[in-house]
Design a protein around this ligand. Structure first.
Ligand code: 3PG
Length: 307
């Protein structure tokens, strides 16, 4: 009987856990649940004996892979897999997958929600601004970016996108204007919403040179990863431009300095909240469970990311 560990420091909604368990019950698998753990030793202990692992932003280090002697597959229930050491997994023939698209709507709704929250002065009783008629830049045009674009258009925003990996025709068919460079995107848009993964090419790539191109009333909205922002550039942008705000899920390392020097010009979620809806948890969790069963039973490697 295959053993599966669901290890989520930030737990799924209860409905998701029960639906994940029922997929594994049908397959005759044994399920172990490790939630809200504070010590990585707890994860190491729990992973020691299992064949498969479902995680969220939980860190899968070489030590986790090494300790999971029977581990055959890790599924990151979500999109970004920068928390998984792919090289360590590949070295031990452990398949790593994500569940692309399953939590995208939740993240996109949060991006728009945070824009409105900040535009309305975080509901402080004073006159705010509207997002209608403002320009919105989407970087990049993947599962989340696409939905943010659609929602932005529904709010009457003028929407632009930049994505070197998506054809102009595929972007234009959604009614979104294509720009030819990342610099153009920042130069045109009051709001730039980030939907890039964190990797060697993108870390610290959102820098002062880009942000300083933005027109008046500039807001960078980050529901991607905090690591993609160059924080020195961010602080310089704050200092140079009193019309600039940064809205992020989650806080940058320099959050305390921003809070002290630039009050009212930021909003940071206390914990990563983008995918934290019951619907997203159910979608991503069930997808992860089915991918594990399909892999263990039929060798199906669709969605493998360490190839
Ligand atoms: C993702 O990459 O899918 C999102 O950032 C969600 O992360 P989470 O599962 O930790 O909420």
């Amino acid at each position: 009987m295959a053993k599966v560990l669901i290890a989520t420091e930030k737990p799924f909604a209860a409905a998701a856990v029960s639906q994940i368990k029922s997929v594994f019950d049908d397959a005759g698998y044994e399920v172990f649940l490790l939630e809200k753990y504070e010590d990585k030793a707890d994860l190491l202990k729990a992973v020691a004996d299992v064949d498969a692992l479902i995680i969220r932003s939980d860190k899968v280090t070489p030590e986790v892979i090494e300790t999971g002697k029977n581990l055959k597959i890790v599924v990151r229930a979500g999109a970004g897999y920068d928390n998984v050491d792919l090289a360590a997994a590949s070295a031990k023939n452990v398949v790593v997958m994500n569940t692309p698209g399953q939590n995208s709507n939740a993240v996109a709704e949060l991006a728009i929600g945070m824009m409105i929250y900040q535009a309305r002065g975080q509901f402080n009783g004073k006159s705010g601004t509207e997002i209608k008629d403002k320009s919105l830049g989407i970087l990049a045009y993947g599962n989340v970016g696409k939905i943010v674009a659609k929602l932005g258009m529904a709010f009457g925003m003028q929407v632009f996108a930049f994505d070197p990996f998506v054809s102009a025709a595929d972007i234009q068919k959604d009614g979104v204007e294509v720009v030819n460079s990342i610099g153009d995107l920042f130069a045109k848009c009051n709001y730039v919403s980030l939907h890039i993964p964190a990797n060697d090419q993108t870390k610290k790539s959102i820098n002062y040179a880009l942000m300083s191109k933005m027109p008046a009333a500039a807001a960078v909205v980050n529901t991607a990863r905090k690591e993609v922002i160059d924080e020195d550039g961010l602080l310089k942008m704050y200092a140079d431009r009193d019309d600039f705000v940064y809205i992020s899920d989650v806080a940058p390392d320099c959050a305390a300095e921003i809070a002290e020097k630039f009050p009212g010009r930021f909003y940071f979620t206390p914990k990563k909240m983008g995918a934290q809806t019951a619907e997203a948890n159910v979608n991503a969790g069930i997808a992860a469970a089915k991918q594990i069963v399909n892999f263990l039973e039929k060798g199906d490697k669709t969605f493998q990311v360490n190839k």
